[in-house]
Write a protein that binds this ligand. Structure first.
Ligand code: GLV
Ligand code: MG
Length: 349
């Protein structure tokens, strides 16, 4: 048993104190780059202006013979990092891989002061977070870091989903969760061959017309990820973490990508991964509240005065609960506007 008082004590002598609260920084898109790919690395200065988060990916999509080059490339990128408004994250290799230990040792001791968040893939339960938590504390102490590195887990195994609340509560370092639909589909033995998004076969169909049973019946495609995203959002809200939709693999299908991101946004996610620059723009649009929504929310908050009672605005009933929803929208808009002057103007702040 561990006393709640100990939860916020460092896990190694000399390690920085854990954070009591996850600081909110805009992270509408987590833009992935391969640090072993020189062309991608050369674009970092312009990407850092466009994206809220750049993530040096060391895991899947980096081939086995490039793992060390990617790690070394990320160290170089991080040493030269000079973009205070853009976060630098990494996705390390999975805990059972031959690269994970060196990923953590190298990154934390050489550039730990430059890394905001470490994304851990294929997290199965709280024991995985406990392992990373202690190891990070030891390495932070060795590196003399002054602030703790935060941890983000990818929800991409059935066991991880079953343990989602325990994962969120495993460490004060837990910053957020991302849905990993590709690995999750494989682990669950879903019969899909895609990276996120819907599937035309997953649908419901209108009842037959009794007078014309052979007439065509309308079908409605359903969201394969609704259940998992909703569970993830509830777990994150319960533990004070930030939830993210993960990757959308069909880069050319910008419309469906926007739809998937918007579903996640409406359900409570704060951002999504971007695998191509075109998805940065989609995420920016989707995960920033619409100016008309913000204006409406401000109107409701103003009309509700001290927040108690009820008023009608344009025929719609407002009360304590709608004011709270409106405050979520306005609060997010203000935080994003502080980083993005175009948004500040659009919102009229
Ligand atoms: C992401 O890592 C995924 O598996 O979808
Ligand atoms: Mg994966």
């Amino acid at each position: 048993m561990r006393s709640p008082k100990d939860f916020f004590s460092p896990l190694a002598v000399g390690a920085p104190a854990p954070v009591m609260e996850i600081p909110f920084r805009p992270s509408r898109m987590i833009h992935f780059f391969d640090p072993s790919n020189e062309k991608m690395v050369s674009k970092i200065p312009s990407m850092a202006e466009q994206a809220d988060v750049l993530l040096g990916n060391l895991e899947d999509a980096v081939s086995a013979d490039n793992k060390e080059a990617a790690r070394a490339g990320l160290v170089k990128v991080a040493k030269a990092w000079d973009y205070p408004d853009t976060q630098l994250w990494t996705r390390i290799n999975s805990l059972d891989s031959p690269w994970c230990l060196d990923d953590l040792i190298t990154l934390v001791t050489e550039v730990g002061d430059k890394l905001d968040v470490i994304m851990v893939p294929k997290v199965e339960g709280p024991e995985d977070i406990h392992y990373v938590d202690r190891l990070l504390a030891q390495l932070e102490a060795r590196a003399g870091l002054k602030r703790p590195i935060l941890v983000h887990a990818i929800l991409e195994t059935a066991r991880g989903v079953a343990n989602v609340e325990a994962i969120c509560g495993a460490s004060p370092r837990m910053q957020g969760l991302s849905l990993g639909p590709a690995d999750l589909a494989a682990d669950r033995r879903m019969k899909t061959t895609r990276v996120g998004g819907g599937h035309p076969g997953y649908l419901v169909r209108q009842d037959p017309n009794p007078d014309d049973p052979d007439a065509p019946r309308v079908t409605y495609q359903q969201d394969l990820w609704h259940y998992t995203v909703a569970r993830m959002v509830d777990a994150c809200a319960t533990f004070g973490l930030l939830p993210y939709y993960g990757p959308f693999g069909d880069i050319r299908d910008t419309i469906a990508c926007e739809d998937q991101f918007r579903n996640a946004y409406l359900l409570g996610c704060v951002g999504a991964w971007s695998l191509h620059p075109v998805q940065i723009e989609i995420a920016k649009k989707v995960f920033s509240p619409e100016p008309s929504e913000v204006k409406w929310a401000v109107k409701v908050i103003d009309a509700m005065g001290d927040g108690t009672g009820a008023v009608m605005i344009d025929g719609k009933m407002q009360d304590d609960a709608t004011v709270k929803q409106c405050k979520v929208v306005v609060d997010l808009a203000k935080r994003l506007a502080a980083r993005d002057s175009d948004l500040a103007e659009a919102y009229g702040f």
